[in-house]
Design a protein around this ligand. Structure first.
Ligand code: PGA
Length: 251
C-alpha cells in the first residue's frame, strides 16, 4: 500500500549554516517521536552534501528542489541529476509551480527531467496544480490531468510506480489560503481515477499523492485524514523544526 509522506520544500531559504542547523534539528526531533510517515526535506543544492553528512538517512530522506534537463556538459550554472544523486539525496522535487511560472519549465522539459531523475535512481516528487482562475472557472480537473499526462504518461507502469505526486493549487501556495480538506480530497480522488484509467488499480493505489499549499500544524490532521491525501509538501512551515514536526506528527 502507498506510503504516507511529509516532505519539506525549503525553497530559496537558509544559508548553508542555517540549513545544516535546521536539518540537525529535524533529525534530532525525529528521534523522540514515532513518525507514522516517511519524512523528507527538500533543500537547496548547496546544502545537499553537508546535510547528508548530519542526518540519519534511515529516518530522514533528502531531496533536491530541481535538477537540470541534461546529463552533463556546457550548461553553465546547472546541476544535473547524477550530481544530485552523488550527494546522497534520494529524491528530487520537479515541476513546482514556481519553476513552471518563473523559469519557463514546460511539460516537455519536465518529462526530460523526470526521465533523468529516474535513470539516476532519484524519486521524483512531481508537482501539479491549477491557478486561481482555473479553480474558479472549473477547468482545474482538465488542467491537472493534462499536467500529469503530458509529463508522466509515457512512463512504463514500473517507472510510474516510482513517482510521488504533489497536488499544489497555486492559489494556496504561500498565501495562507489552504484548500479545504474536501477540496483536496475531491481533486486527489480525481487524480487517482486518472491513474487507474492509465495504469490500473494497483499502480494507482500505490501512488502517494501529497497535498501542498499553506499546510500547517493546525490544518494538517484534517487534510491527512482524507482517504486520498497521503501527506504533504510543506513550504513555509518546513522552515522551523516545531511547525514541521507539528505536521509530521499529524499522522
Ligand atoms: P507553502 O508552500 O507551504 O509555503 O504554501 C508549499 C510549496 O510550495 O511546496
Amino acid at each position: 500500500m502507498r506510503k504516507n509522506i511529509v516532505a519539506g520544500n525549503w525553497k530559496m531559504n537558509t544559508t548553508l549554516q542555517e540549513g545544516v542547523a535546521l536539518a540537525k534539528g529535524v533529525n534530532e526531533a525525529l528521534k523522540n517521536v514515532t513518525a507514522n510517515c516517511d519524512v523528507i526535506i527538500g533543500v537547496p543544492f548547496t546544502h545537499l552534501a553537508s546535510i547528508n553528512e548530519v542526518i540519519d538517512s534511515t529516518k530522514l530522506g533528502l531531496a533536491a528542489e530541481n535538477c537540470a534537463d541534461h546529463k552533463s556538459g556546457a550548461y553553465t550554472g546547472e546541476v544535473s541529476a547524477p550530481m544530485v544523486a552523488s550527494t546522497g539525496a534520494k529524491y528530487v522535487i520537479l515541476g513546482h509551480s514556481e519553476r513552471r511560472q518563473y523559469y519557463g519549465e514546460t511539460a516537455e522539459i519536465l518529462k526530460t527531467k523526470v526521465n533523468l531523475a529516474l535513470e539516476n535512481n532519484l524519486t521524483p516528487i512531481f508537482c501539479i496544480g491549477e491557478v486561481l482562475e482555473e479553480r474558479e472557472n472549473g477547468t482545474y480537473f482538465d488542467v491537472v490531468k493534462a499536467q500529469i499526462e503530458d509529463s508522466l504518461f509515457e512512463l512504463s507502469a514500473e517507472d510510474f510506480g516510482k513517482i510521488v505526486l504533489a497536488y499544489e493549487p497555486v492559489w494556496a501556495i504561500g498565501t495562507g489560503k489552504t484548500a479545504t480538506a474536501d477540496q483536496a480530497e475531491e481533486i486527489h480522488a480525481f487524480i487517482r481515477e486518472v491513474l487507474v484509467a492509465k495504469y490500473g488499480e494497483e499502480v494507482a493505489n500505490n501512488t502517494s499523492i501529497l497535498y501542498g499549499g499553506s499546510c500547517k500544524p493546525s490544518n494538517a490532521a484534517e487534510l491527512f485524514a482524507k482517504p486520498n491525501v497521503d501527506g504533504g509538501l510543506i513550504g513555509g512551515a518546513a522552515l522551523e523544526v516545531e511547525s514541521f514536526m507539528g505536521i509530521v506528527t499529524a499522522f
